[in-house]
Write a protein that binds this ligand. Structure first.
Ligand SMILES: C[S@@+](CC[C@H](N)C(=O)[O-])C[C@H]1O[C@@H](n2cnc3c(N)ncnc32)[C@H](O)[C@@H]1O
Length: 354
């Protein structure tokens, strides 16, 4: 198995390699306790920083950038940038400015040399820094594309920070590892020739789009001759929404079928009983949801911006404008209802590399 017994540069740091590195698709979990013993090192539970250096094959780098829809208007950050290949490729192919964050200074030097050789030293910057350093938050806030080739537990440890710092609409692509119950928008498997880990020469790439924060109470106003104003409540599980009339009598509503997304947000039990709940989805700031009012199933499409929302809805065959003002914030956008009896979130987990 070509893992931590590999010579440099596949695995430069013995402690980093003394980890359980699960290889996607292999079905084999490699517990490298033997390597720990051989190195005379204590086993560490908190090995979050010890992500080994494994290069992404160049065709997979290209696929990552394409999946993210990377362009010249983006700003890219690669957390754990290795020899800089993702940042350098984005600069070379698309003119995208980027930052590679790498804990190993020798890899930062190598990346800077490679960027200079490629003629993109001004666009492709590299810093020797721990990716968990909060001083990087400003760079994350400015980023529109974030790339990761880390480990599952590192992705999960990063997740709340990414949701808090990245702007809505930012794209995250992770090589091989998912984000637990945050369902990706898209996952693809691509050929990975000369991949130094795994039995299959292929990689899985996951794409997420950071959703706007819309959880809470809103006043929804529909324009037109039959203008009306309705208090609604939005519950949010990442990009999935549950939408309910705060006053069920206001819409004489019946339960709406799931729309968009995969319906991972379930109405709370009392909302089921009132049968006034709808569902919806976010893609960045773009929002769509369904409510049933006066027996009519209405599909709202719109955008969130600066804590307000507006868009259009078809009522009696005519397009009407709608807007919504927040009246009270709700739970965070990571708040996912538990499945009955399981204690788990309803969002289906993405395929986790095994
Ligand atoms: C799997 S490699 C990926 C390299 C590169 N992104 C690629 O795809 O080819 C992970 C990289 O993360 C770096 N790394 C590990 N822990 C880190 C940390 N706490 N902060 C910054 N970089 C880290 C490693 O040194 C390694 O170069």
């Amino acid at each position: 198995m070509p893992l931590c017994s590999e010579p440099a540069p596949i695995c430069r740091r013995p402690r980093a390699c003394a980890r359980r590195w699960r290889v996607p698709g292999s079905g084999v979990a490699l517990a490298l306790a033997a390597a720990l013993l051989a190195a005379g090192l204590p086993a560490r539970a908190d090995a979050l920083e010890e992500v080994p250096y494994v290069q992404t094959p160049q065709p997979v780098v290209d696929a990552i950038l394409e999946l993210a829809g990377t362009g010249p208007g983006d700003r890219l950050v690669d957390l754990g940038s290795g020899d800089g290949r993702i940042v350098i490729t984005a600069a070379r192919r698309f003119g995208t400015p980027g930052l590679g964050v790498e804990i190993d200074p020798s890899l930062v030097t190598l990346a800077q040399e490679r960027a200079a050789e490629a003629g993109v030293a001004k666009l492709a910057r590299f810093v020797a820094q721990d990716l968990f350093d909060p001083a990087l938050d400003a760079e994350l806030t400015a980023a529109s594309v974030l790339t990761l080739y880390l480990l599952p537990d590192v992705n999960l440890a990063l997740r709340p920070r990414l949701l808090a710092t990245l702007a809505p609409g930012s794209r995250i692509v992770s090589h091989d590892w998912d984000m637990g119950d945050w369902r990706p928008e898209r996952s693809i498997t691509v050929p990975a020739p000369h991949k130094p880990v795994g039995l299959r020469q292929e990689s899985t790439l996951h794409l997420w789009v950071v959703p706007a924060r819309v959880a809470g109470a809103w006043t929804l106003r529909i324009a037109g001759p039959e203008a009306r104003s309705l208090p609604i409540v939005m519950r949010q599980c990442f990009q999935d929404l549950g939408v309910a009339l705060a006053d069920p009598g206001a819409g004489r509503a019946a339960e709406a079928p799931a729309t968009g997304g995969h319906g991972n947000v379930r109405p709370a039990p009392q909302e089921h009983a009132r049968a006034d709940a709808g569902r919806g989805a976010l893609r960045g700031r773009a929002i769509s949801f369904t409510l049933i009012l006066d027996g009519h199933r209405l599909r709202f499409e719109g955008m969130e911006r600066d804590g307000a929302m507006k868009g259009s809805v078809v009522v009696d065959g005519r397009a009407r404008g709608w807007q919504a003002q927040r009246s009270a914030p709700g739970e965070s956008r990571e708040s996912c209802p538990a499945q009955p009896g399981s204690g788990a979130a309803t969002a289906a987990p993405a395929r986790t590399a095994d």
